[in-house]
Design a protein around this ligand. Structure first.
Ligand code: AHR
Length: 350
């Protein structure tokens, strides 16, 4: 892999306030974020990173991990683009990276479908594409590798926790009435977490009263939960596909005069979540208002850098690279869960 001789100066100092302030780059106009400074350099590797948005605490942590891992100190220059949850913006960003002849593209795709054309363009230009977090349904020859979570495994761990908890409470599976707040429809995280719940509900005999997308946001999580609580009076579990939805769901539960908590045998509504990244969600889990969280690890930056270092060294890399993840709860009833013969200890919320 040849190393480009030109540097697009590091955007980190510009982007940190953007990240912290929740602003976005100029993906909508089709123009690159900030590409006004070109100067000769000897040996920096250039990477275009198309992040899908800034919808959640997890996403902010993921963006920060990537930006911190590809600095000049490590030998990289990174061009970062925020796709604002729009695939069209992400495709525009990828085309701009191709035009600038970056050495690598890192893509965190908002949804799985619709990437064939632009990935073919990157391949034709000889630019390796590394998928981060979510996957695409394109032919595997169109990207170099993927790094992220096993979203269905996360779900199976959480569902095994629920099953053990229901048993520990002496309740019957048929008493469990779930509302399911999904993530962004068509995203790998939503597909895996929804499939995990659907299969477990069928196996265990739980009732799913309704399912709707909360788009991985607190606002939508609150709105969808509020609507369902009006429609169904016997809800006792809310399965949220991320921390931010869970925080919103608890706001809706409390606004409806109900209690989010562990005592589902006594009328509480038990809230389940994924990520374990948002400080607010961790606090709620310590209080027992979120009963359990399947971790989704956002710290992809150093691992993506290791993949690129291996490629630069001429080594072959695995096509699919999974990050390690845990399960958290502050409730004492369930200390471990088994999925496919593997034991996962249930850890205290950090
Ligand atoms: O794709 C990972 C998911 O996307 C995280 O669980 C969620 O918080 C984020 O928005």
């Amino acid at each position: 892999m040849s190393i480009k001789k030109k540097l697009i100066s590091s955007l980190l100092p510009i982007l940190m306030p953007v990240l912290l302030g929740g602003c976005v780059s100029d993906a909508a106009s089709g123009a690159p974020a900030v590409l006004d400074t070109e100067e000769e350099t000897a040996d920096l590797i250039s990477i275009g990173f198309s992040q899908l948005g800034a919808e959640s605490d997890w996403r902010s942590a993921n963006t920060q991990s990537m930006l911190e891992s590809f600095t000049e100190e490590y030998g990289y220059s990174m061009i970062y683009e925020n796709g604002q949850q729009k695939q069209s913006y992400q495709i525009t960003a990828l085309r701009s990276f191709i035009q600038q002849e970056v050495d690598y593209i890192a893509l965190a795709p908002v949804t799985e479908s619709g990437w064939d054309g632009v990935l073919q363009e990157a391949k034709d230009a000889g630019i390796p594409v590394i998928l981060v977090d979510r996957r695409v349904d394109s032919d595997k020859s169109l990207y170099t590798c993927w790094l992220g979570s096993d979203f269905e495994l996360e779900s199976r761990k959480l569902c095994e926790w629920l099953d053990s908890y229901v048993n520990a409470k002496g309740m019957s599976s048929s008493d469990i009435n779930i509302i399911h707040i999904q993530g962004t429809m068509g995203s790998t995280a939503q597909i895996g977490r929804s499939r995990g719940l659907a299969n477990s509900a069928r196996e265990k005999g739980w009732n799913i009263l309704g399912q709707m997308s909360g788009d991985f946001t607190q606002t939508k999580g609150r709105e969808v939960t509020a609507a369902y609580l009006k429609r169904f009076l016997d809800v006792n579990v809310v399965y949220c596909e991320n921390d931010n939805e869970a925080i919103g769901a608890i706001e809706a539960i409390e606004a409806a005069g109900k209690t989010a908590g562990p005592d589902i045998d006594k009328g509480d509504i038990l809230v389940l979540s994924f990520d374990g990244t948002a400080e607010g969600a961790k606090e709620l889990a310590k209080e027992g208002k979120i009963a359990a969280i399947a971790e989704c690890n956002p710290l992809h930056g150093p691992k993506v850098r290791a993949l690129i270092e291996a490629i630069e060294a001429g080594e072959s890399v695995e096509k699919f690279n999974y990050v390690d993840e845990r399960i958290f709860s502050s409730l004492p009833e369930v200390s471990e869960v088994y999925v496919e013969g593997v034991l996962y200890p249930v850890e205290d919320v950090e």
